[in-house]
Design a protein around this ligand. Sequence first.
Ligand code: ATP
Length: 439
Amino acid sequence: MPDLMEQITSLAKRRGIVFPSSEIYGGLRSSWDYGPLGVELKRNVKDAWWRAMVQLRDDVVGLDAAIIMSPKVWEASGHLEVFTDPLVECRNCHQRFRADDLQGEPKTCPNCGNHTFTDARNFNLMFRTHMGPVEDGAEDVYFRPETAQGMFVDFATVQQTSRRKVPFGIAQIGKAFRNEITPGNFIFRMREFEQMEMEFFVKPGTDEQWHDYWIQERLRWFTDLGVRPDNLRLREHDADELSHYSKRTVDIEYRFPFTDWGELEGIANRTDYDLKAHERHSGEDLTYFDPETEERYHPFVIEPAVGVDRAILTFLIDAYRVEEAPTAKGGTEKRTLLALHKDLAPIKAAVLPLSRNERLVPAAREVFDLLKPHWMCDYDDAGSIGRRYRRQDEVGTPFCVTVDFDTLDDRAVTIRDRDSMTQERIPVASLVEHLRERL
Ligand code: ATP
């Protein structure tokens, strides 16, 4: 499906999931806003990650570090020096591109078709601003380009206060900023985005096993949430592609429609690079003392790092279907479906009164009131019931609960399943229990 991205971008906009930021001013190419349904989807993705990475484990704790950290952090981490992309400028139209993005031989400007460019120069991807009222450069600070450094600089404090023993991890979800030269492909590459990263501190020598362990865990997270295994693969970084801190990196790649395979998540063995670098620059001891073996060492670090937005894009693409569905009149019609995993679906159940008849409304409201303390629910009474089913299918709502005139007598409702479209009559008294089992 070549126009799949167009269909998903258009659905996302039409239904208020994700749309361009500041649109009344023409938008800002690399910034996107999450609307009412998108914000639920995003929370669900982050909750699913937190649950798997922190809540269900006894060896990972959470952190919420500041976005603007001491500039010395970026000096120590190497970001000031090497967090760069090669940038070239077209000699004709003066547009700038990432050198490795230019296609063809000779290289061709995607904007004007010209073939001559300036030499590549390194462009630092960090956003810089200043802190405080003086703008003389002395107080220059940076918006973090990754959340990881928070876990390294807080390593000793978190380890001591949470009294964790190695191996253990620190997890964080938060915004990161990169002044990408070529943002694009909807929310695949943005300048302001969110990351979910976990730094897992291990004894040197056990790092390779832990790395393999986390690669499998992270792959399983995506398939458990319904991503089709055929659309995922692992890719080993070549030696010349490894980041300055990495001994080995494996990407989880997804079959994105615009790149074929593209990075979804990176799982790196960052060695003891970061802790040692911060120890050198800060003068603080960042070793770990193992009380059992009485050894002191710098732990190695295994890092699974994934973008929230890129994960959302993956879930949307993977769940998007257009099917022929039977109509009430015996024909068929196209239905658009987001077959999202129930944990990710923005709305878990929609309550639909058969009509706006005044006898039905109180009963339908009652059912809505019954469900909303448990799940995000929707109440929709606009249009034919068929249209309302389609509207819910399109945003991935697993269950529609229909209240009809029989409900007034038998105190039961009809539950329609999104994927099979089968319907079942359930007493209102056991509705919550029934949905809880299926959700
Ligand atoms: P890429 O090669 O695509 O630029 P990267 O290797 O620089 O990515 P990492 O530094 O490993 O990315 O960041 C970890 C994860 O954060 C990526 O796998 C991706 O999911 C997400 N990510 C990185 N940059 C962006 C961005 N500009 N917009 C959205 N998500 C991003």
